[in-house]
Structures are given as structure tokens and as C-alpha cells.
Design a protein around this ligand. Structure first.
Ligand code: NAD
Length: 476
């Protein structure tokens, strides 16, 4: 054993916990500042060769990576579920969405042909897209595979090398992703993993060789990393938290709307930035609300819905429900104190529906990030739109109506940027890019699609004039 590994063995290990049982399923040693520096230096060296490959050569890795992930979908989904808690079906769906980004990255040679134009007689201008160098990505706990895949394929296919820090709560899926990338033929040093929390993130942002830094997580941390990075003149894109509003109009299809609303706030146990948080019920929608409650009651905890990520998260969500009740909300469905037989050590909470929520209380305004739906009753659409537009977040919003004109009016009036019409989780699918506004996104552009390409690259514009040599016999 060399000195380095002996020192590492003696360092504190951080447990990875299965949220369904509370059991420890892994141990991770967090990276020291020196190890972060080594990871960046290795990635910097690897950049010299990886960036010189042609785009067509680089994307071959991603064709293979896609097939490897598809072949290992079951195993990877189970691993994701074991550290995150979501159902295996939800893990699979997330990985499949991530695979769409890999497909997009693999098609970059078709997208990135560049531009050419004769700008004046004998003078042409052409544009080349180039990588930046070593880039970094930091991701949250709620999609252990999908969110890293928003960043990794595009950043690497564009010719950068990368250092990734996954959430310390779900590092195991990221370790497996790296193994699959190497198996697909990526040079080992081109993609580095580091582990830890705040200190590691700060080392990455501050490292002089990190040219661009993408972050996905809570608004509080997104703002911190954005401000820290931009002060250093870095290119930063930091996606933050959300509070998503669904508008329910009286003419909506009751069954379709009820099932969809229920799935939107309960899917992934409400731990997704696209989840419904507030239902703005316009006019007489009682029949549909009754159906939302009925539909939600059918969700079996432990089978259709997983636990939340940690005891701390459980306490935060329960605290929000307690507070909303004190603030005058009526609890139509109460998920507090839920248990799943045989999994008493897990962090369980059932779906919760709060009615008559006042728009100015925390349950209506703050991100709860759990399976909680707050219903605000309003008398008309204008009032509903005003509440949505006051939210400082701007991730997703949706409307349920049978009327195309009303749907269009809502879609064009919401402050959020990802809009659903009769779809409660309106995630744009590739090639449409993913990204919010307001306090859901610090920086410019989106994280996937065209926005992703722009974020991970820079352009070179070459203006040239070439004439023919005169008087040389060998020319003509
Ligand atoms: P988080 O902000 O606590 O952590 C995200 C990452 O930041 C982790 O890797 C963590 O280690 C690191 N981190 C934590 N504190 C830090 C600090 N002080 N300085 C630097 N880095 C720090 O988020 P989370 O709890 O892992 O994830 C849930 C949040 O992510 C929710 O708010 C959710 O809405 C948001 N989210 C947003 C999107 C989006 O696209 N906008 C997508 C997924 C999740």
C-alpha cells in the first residue's frame, strides 16, 4: 500500500444511506483540496489530446455510451433507487431522459457544422466552434443519473474535459456512470469525479483552470456559486429551486386533470424541480379537486411512491405542513406519520393536500420539495395569473382547460419558462432545451439543447481573403 492510499484509508468516510430503510449502503471519502487540484490537472492534460480529436471521432464514445446505458438500464435504475429512494420505474424514466441528451450529443456533427459566408468580394467569413478547456459540473440529489447527463455528454462531446462533483447524498450512480463512460472508450483522465460538499465546490469554482462551471441545486446555493464564480470572471450557469403553479379552470377534463395533477405533485415524491407545488383553482372546480384527492389516495406508499431523501428533509416537509395548518390551511389529505411495514427506518411521508391556502403563507411561496400540494382558491383567471407572476421563481407552470384560447393566454402570460398545457410536468424533450428563469436560473441560456452547446463552447470567426499567385508557371 502506498502512502497516499494509507492516508486515504484513515480519513473520515461519509455514509451513503438508502432513504427507504435508513441503512448505510456505501462509504465515500471526500476529496481534499489537493485531490481536487490533481483532478483538474489530469483533466487539463487530457484536454490536449481529447480536444484535438475531430467531433466525429469524439461522438463515437457517446454512441457506445448510449448502448451501454441501455444494456445496463435495470441495474443502473436499481442503484439509483437504492441511494435516492424513488421507485425503480422513476429511476428508469430519468435515465431514459438522460439518454436523450446523449443522443443529442452524438448528433453534434450534424448540428455544429458552423457557418460560412462570402462577406464582400473575395473576402469570406467562417465560424468555428471550439471547446473551452476543463469545465466543472455540480449536481443535486434528486436525479442521480439524469441531471449529471444534462451536462456530461454535451460538455465532453464539445471537446472539453470535465470534473464532476455529484451530490454527496447520491454519489454511487455517478461512480457507475464514469465506469460506463470509460467502458465506452472515453480516455480515463478526460472525466474526473470528485466527492464532497461545499469545500470541494468552492475549490472547483476558484480553480484557475476551470473555464466554465455548471450547477444544479437549490436557489440558495445556486446564487452563492453564481456570485462567487462571476466575481472571478468565470462562465457560470446555475439552475436553482422552483415553486411551480398549476392553473385549474372549471372547463378542464375532470379525470385527465385529476390524475395528471396527482402525478405531478407526487411523482418522485415531489422531489423534482418540475413538480406541481400550488394548484390555483379558478371558480367552481370542486368536482375536479375531489377527484384529485381520490386519485392521490390510490397512490401506495412504498410501491408507487418512494421516501424522501433524508430525515432532515422529512422534518422540513412535515414542518411546512404543520405551519400551513397553523396558518389556516385545511388538510384534505395528511401524509404525516406515514409508515411502510418492514421499512420503519426509512424517511416516509405520504401525499399531502392542503386546501384554502392563503397566497401569502410559506406553503404557497416557498419550495417545500416534497409530496405536498397547496390549493389556493381564486375567483377568476386574472387573479390566478397574478399570483403565479408574483413568484420569484420561474421554472414551470401549467394550465388545465379545454379551451385553446385560454391555454394560449396562460402559456404567454406565465412568468415561468417551461409551460404545460394539460401536462403537469412539462419537461421539454430533446432537442428542446431545459432551463428556467428568475430565481430558478442564474446566468444565461439553458442547460441542455442549443443552450448547452453555447455554454460549453466558444466561437472563432475567421475572415479571410485569398488571391491567386501571379506569374507562376505551375499554376495554369
Ligand atoms: P443543494 O443546493 O443542497 O445541493 C446541490 C449541490 O450543491 C450538491 O452537490 C451539494 O453538495 C452542493 N452544495 C450544498 N451546499 C453548498 C454550498 N454552501 N456551497 C457550495 N455547494 C454546495 O440541492 P439538493 O438538496 O441536492 O437538490 C434539491 C434542489 O435542487 C431543489 O431546490 C431543486 O429544486 C433543485 N433542482 C433544480 C433543478 C433545475 O433544473 N432548476 C433540477 C434539479 C434540482
Amino acid at each position: 500500500m502506498n502512502l497516499n492510499s494509507a492516508v486515504k484509508q484513515n480519513r473520515e468516510k461519509h455514509p451513503v444511506i438508502n432513504p427507504a430503510t435508513g441503512e448505510v449502503i456505501g462509504q465515500i471519502t471526500w476529496s481534499t483540496p489537493e485531490e481536487v487540484n490533481q483532478a483538474v490537472e489530469k483533466a487539463s492534460k487530457a484536454f490536449e489530446t481529447w480536444s484535438r480529436l475531430t467531433l466525429k471521432q469524439r461522438v463515437q464514445v457517446f454512441f457506445r455510451f448510449k448502448t451501454i446505458l441501455e444494456d445496463n438500464l435495470d441495474e443502473l435504475s436499481r442503484l439509483c433507487t437504492s441511494e435516492n429512494g424513488k421507485t425503480v420505474g422513476e429511476s428508469k424514466a430519468g435515465i431514459e431522459k438522460g439518454i436523450e441528451v446523449i443522443e443529442y450529443a452524438a448528433s453534434l456533427p450534424q448540428i455544429l457544422a458552423g457557418g460560412y459566408q462570402e462577406v464582400s468580394s473575395g473576402v469570406s467569413c467562417r465560424m468555428i466552434t471550439e471547446p473551452l478547456g476543463v469545465v466543472a459540473g455540480v449536481t443535486p440529489f434528486n436525479f442521480p443519473v439524469m441531471v449529471p447527463l444534462w451536462m456530461i455528454p454535451l460538455a465532453l462531446a464539445c471537446g472539453n474535459t470535465m470534473v464532476h462533483k455529484p451530490s454527496e447524498q447520491v454519489p454511487l450512480s455517478a461512480i457507475r456512470l464514469r465506469e460506463h463512460l470509460i467502458e465506452a472508450g472515453l480516455p480515463e483522465d478526460a472525466f474526473q469525479l470528485v466527492h464532497g460538499a461545499r469545500e470541494v465546490v468552492e475549490c472547483l469554482i476558484d480553480h484557475p483552470k476551470i473555464e466554465a462551471f455548471a450547477f444544479v441545486g437549490s436557489t440558495k446555493v445556486a446564487r452563492i456559486v453564481y456570485e462567487r464564480g462571476t466575481r472571478l470572471g468565470k462562465r457560470i450557469l446555475a439552475l436553482g429551486g422552483a415553486k411551480n403553479y398549476l392553473v385549474l379552470l372549471p372547463d378542464a377534463d375532470p379525470d385527465l386533470s385529476a390524475d395528471n395533477i396527482s402525478t405531478s405533485f407526487c411523482g418522485c415524491t415531489g422531489q423534482r424541480c418540475m413538480a406541481a407545488a400550488v394548484l390555483l383553482a379558478v371558480g367552481d372546480t370542486q368536482e375536479i379537486i375531489d377527484k384529485v384527492v381520490e386519485s392521490t389516495k390510490k397512490i401506495a406508499l412504498g410501491k408507487d411512491m418512494g421516501p424522501v431523501i433524508s430525515r432532515q428533509a422529512l422534518e422540513r416537509i412535515t414542518g411546512h405542513i404543520d405551519q400551513a395548518e397553523k396558518d389556516g390551511a385545511k388538510v384534505l389529505l395528511d401524509g404525516r406519520n406515514a409508515t411502510v411495514p418492514g421499512k420503519e427506518g426509512g424517511f416516509w411521508i405520504g401525499p399531502t393536500i392542503l386546501d384554502n391556502v392563503s397566497p401569502d403563507i410559506p406553503a404557497a411561496q416557498e419550495e417545500i420539495f416534497g409530496p405536498v400540494l397547496s390549493i389556493i382558491r381564486v375567483s377568476n383567471l386574472a387573479e390566478a395569473l397574478e399570483i403565479e407572476r408574483k413568484s420569484p421563481y420561474g421554472n414551470a407552470a401549467a394550465v388545465y382547460t379545454r379551451n385553446g384560447g385560454l391555454a394560449k393566454k396562460c402559456a404567454e402570460s406565465f412568468s415561468a419558462s417551461m409551460i404545460g398545457i394539460k401536462i403537469g410536468v412539462p419537461v421539454p424533450r430533446e432537442p428542446f432545451s431545459f432551463g428556467g428563469r428568475g430565481q430558478s436560473r442564474f446566468g444565461c441560456g439553458d442547460i441542455t439543447g442549443e443552450g448547452g452547446i453555447q455554454f460549453w463552447t466558444q466561437t472563432r470567426k475567421i475572415t479571410e481573403r485569398w488571391g491567386l499567385p501571379e506569374g507562376e508557371e505551375w499554376v495554369f
